[in-house]
Design a protein around this ligand. Structure first.
Ligand code: SF4
Length: 664
């Protein structure tokens, strides 16, 4: 790997023009076993090359089958710029790193006379923190035999691993409590002051990124890094991603949600407890746990417990609008919690000889104090304040105080799009009604070129889109029984082989129970097994039917006859009572806009396109798409959905669905 931070592109990479790479008879056709000429792919590559050359942003919708990863990788390589590629899912990250990049390396350098400098970075919590492991080795605080066994496995692995990436440790369960004590997340990291800094896996990853031409990350890592850099504007070493000439955001339809979570603030009882545990463990190890520090920790734990128990009751996510009234009544408890954080900070600062991590604990206590102050007292008009109750391990109920930006557009405009020379936003689902108004407005992208590419699939002949005109409105109580009956009829026609996708768990379970024993095909239900296991079972079980909710609407790829039908229960409008959605709606309306048409409908259009996108995954796939919600035909806004979907053949007659399947 090159050692310069300014990548140098071998002349060879630039010799191959886009046309001579993608066109019939070109390099791709000679090297790729499943080559087909895809006009959209070449057009996309040209658009990306132009954006990189002109230093201009680009928004490009490229439907399934375009081959968009090669369409941006080839111009990126030709540009000679250092580029970050950020994806929504780990699957796509892995495809880029393990499949597309090695393929391009082989195609461009068949004699091994060159290579691409590429690195693949995951979120910091995927990597081992050596310091934590060594600290634990000196004084293991482990609970249970499982943890002791996992600890031994991690300790042995640490001696041989080059990356520290936990994915190498197949024996470590996904939800391992031990890993949480050992991961390299940033809030517990000592940075350059750490005695293991030189050998640290994160330092090494940072070094690799500095030497790479292409850095593959996911949106979570990208925005976590951006938020850290934003908070520490004058700290040049903040963050681990280097400066780049461009960022390609694939699966860009997820950007608003991910950015919102990283530019928000979240404080929970669990976070306070974690600080107490870390302080206690460290001081015990260093024989510095005095009586007064024990007292400070006890007081912080008590105060935290009182304060979080006082917060308004409720399940799930709900808004916290009456913060002022809450403080009027419970201001003393809030103040007491703040004071106990101050006390812990001062006690730590007053320690006569401090182990290095103590400075980190002081910073964490101060950060908690500042963030709690913001969460309870800020009047920021672009922030929605809300509460979430979530079950933690061992039946614990964790309470999160949350603040999320209502509109991330001004933040992204200032700290991302105005600073970047070139950002490419791409996805199979970005356009609404053929345009990008929605995504531009929600993300704050200005002066971008825009391209909607023609599809590579023959949707008109590959898919039939059926809407039953006779079902009741899905908001009425009569809907579920009638919908279940229609699903049964449709599954007879398609002989199972279907995804039945729901907008809520309640509806999914209700319909599943009604159909249990009523259909002759194997029924799989989300929640009965992990997602990947369910998908595998679906692929391997002839005529299976999978009942699922939102997590199966995207990033799921089942090619071939096994998936011949996708049924969706209703138009996927976001839950209007969700605190973040409600705040966005209120804010758009208050500014004189029309939140329903500017926000709720476009967001639902993109989700519906994602859901239906599960069906046709290759040129040879055929099948039936069903929307049981006929508001798409009856309401004025339905037109926006219809105009935004690919040009499937459409029908309201179930007999045509029968005929379609007889013809398959
Ligand atoms: S530098 Fe940070 S992440 Fe790396 S070993 Fe030290 S504390 Fe852990």
């Amino acid at each position: 790997m090159a050692s310069t931070s300014q990548p140098v592109v071998p002349a060879k990479k630039q010799e191959v023009s886009l046309y001579s790479f993608f066109s019939p008879g070109g390099l791709l056709s000679r090297t790729h076993p499943a080559y087909e000429f895809r006009r959209g792919q070449l057009q996309m590559a040209q658009a990306v090359e132009q954006a990189l050359g002109e230093k201009r942003h680009l928004i490009v919708e490229a439907g399934t089958g375009t081959g968009k990863t090669l369409a941006y990788l080839v111009p990126v390589i030709r540009s000679g710029k250092r580029v970050i590629i950020s994806t929504g899912t780990k699957n796509l990250q892995e495809q880029l790193f393990n499949k597309d990049i090695p393929f391009l390396e082989q195609a461009l350098f068949p004699n091994g006379n060159g290579r691409l400098n590429v690195c693949y970075m995951k979120g910091r919590n995927n990597y081992l923190c050596k310091k934590k492991l060594y600290d634990l080795t000196d004084q293991p605080v482990l609970s249970g035999l499982d943890e002791i066994e996992h600890y031994r496995a991690v300790a042995a692995w640490e001696k041989t691993t080059q990356t520290g990436d936990r994915a190498e440790l197949a024996s470590l369960p996904e939800a391992s409590a031990l890993w949480h004590k050992l991961d390299a997340r940033s809030d517990t990291c000592l940075g350059q002051k750490c005695s293991s800094w030189e050998k640290c896996f994160i330092t090494e990853m940072h070094r690799r990124a500095m030497e790479s031409d292409i850095i593959i990350v996911n949106h979570h890592l990208f925005f976590a890094d951006l938020a850290i850099k934003q908070q520490a504007e004058y700290a040049p070493d903040a963050g681990i991603l280097p400066e780049v000439g461009a960022v390609i955001f694939d699966e860009a339809h997820e950007l608003e949600d991910v950015a919102g979570s990283y530019f928000g603030v979240s404080v929970s009882n669990a976070r306070v407890e974690e600080l107490c545990r870390d302080v206690e463990g460290s001081l015990q190890r260093n024989h510095a746990l005095s009586a007064s520090l024990s007292g400070a920790l006890k007081s912080l734990r008590d105060r935290s417990m009182f304060f979080f128990a006082l917060l308004p009751q409720g399940e799930g996510r709900f808004s916290f609008e009456n913060r002022r009234e809450f403080l009027e009544e419970n201001g003393d408890e809030f103040l007491a919690l703040q004071q106990s954080l101050t006390r812990l900070g001062s006690e730590l600062e007053n320690l006569p000889s401090k182990p290095e991590e103590v400075f980190n604990f002081v910073r964490r206590a101060q950060e908690l104090q500042v963030q709690l102050g913001f969460l309870m007292e800020s009047e920021d008009r672009n922030t929605v304040f809300w509460i979430e109750r979530r079950r933690g391990g061992r039946d614990k109920l964790n309470v999160f105080l949350q603040a999320t930006p209502i509109d991330v557009a001004p933040i992204l405009k200032t700290c991302l799009f105005d600073k970047l020379e070139c950002a490419v936003l791409t996805s199979a689902t970005l356009a609404v009604g053929g345009g990008f108004d929605y995504v531009r407005r929600r993300l704050g992208v200005e002066h971008a070129r825009e391209v909607v590419l023609p599809s590579h699939f023959d949707y008109e002949n590959q898919a039939l889109f059926y809407v039953p005109p006779d079902l009741p409105d899905p908001r009425t109580p009569q809907f579920v029984a009638k919908a279940a009956d229609r699903i049964r009829q449709l599954l007879e026609i398609t002989r199972g082989r279907a995804f039945v996708l729901f907008t809520s768990y309640a509806q999914m379970n209700d319909v599943y129970q009604r159909l249990l024993g009523e259909i002759d095909f194997p029924m799989l239900l989300q929640g009965d097994a992990p997602k990947s296991a369910l998908l595998e079972e679906f692929r391997l079980t002839p005529n299976a039917v999978l009942f699922a909710t939102s997590s199966f609407w995207q990033g799921v790829d089942v090619q071939g006859e096994q998936l011949s039908c996708v049924i969706i229960d209703r138009l996927p409008f976001a839950v209007p009572t969700d605190p973040v959605v409600a705040a966005r709606v209120k804010s758009i309306d208050a500014e004189g806009g029309n939140a329903f048409f500017q926000y709720q409908v476009p967001a639902a259009v993109i989700t519906l396109k994602q859901g239906f996108g599960r069906l046709i995954r290759s040129l040879h796939d055929r099948g039936l798409l069903v929307l049981l919600d006929n508001r798409i035909l009856k309401k004025q806004y339905g037109r926006v959905f219809v105009e935004s979907l690919p040009n499937y053949k459409k029908t309201t007659d179930i007999k045509q669905a029968e005929a379609f399947f007889e013809a398959i």
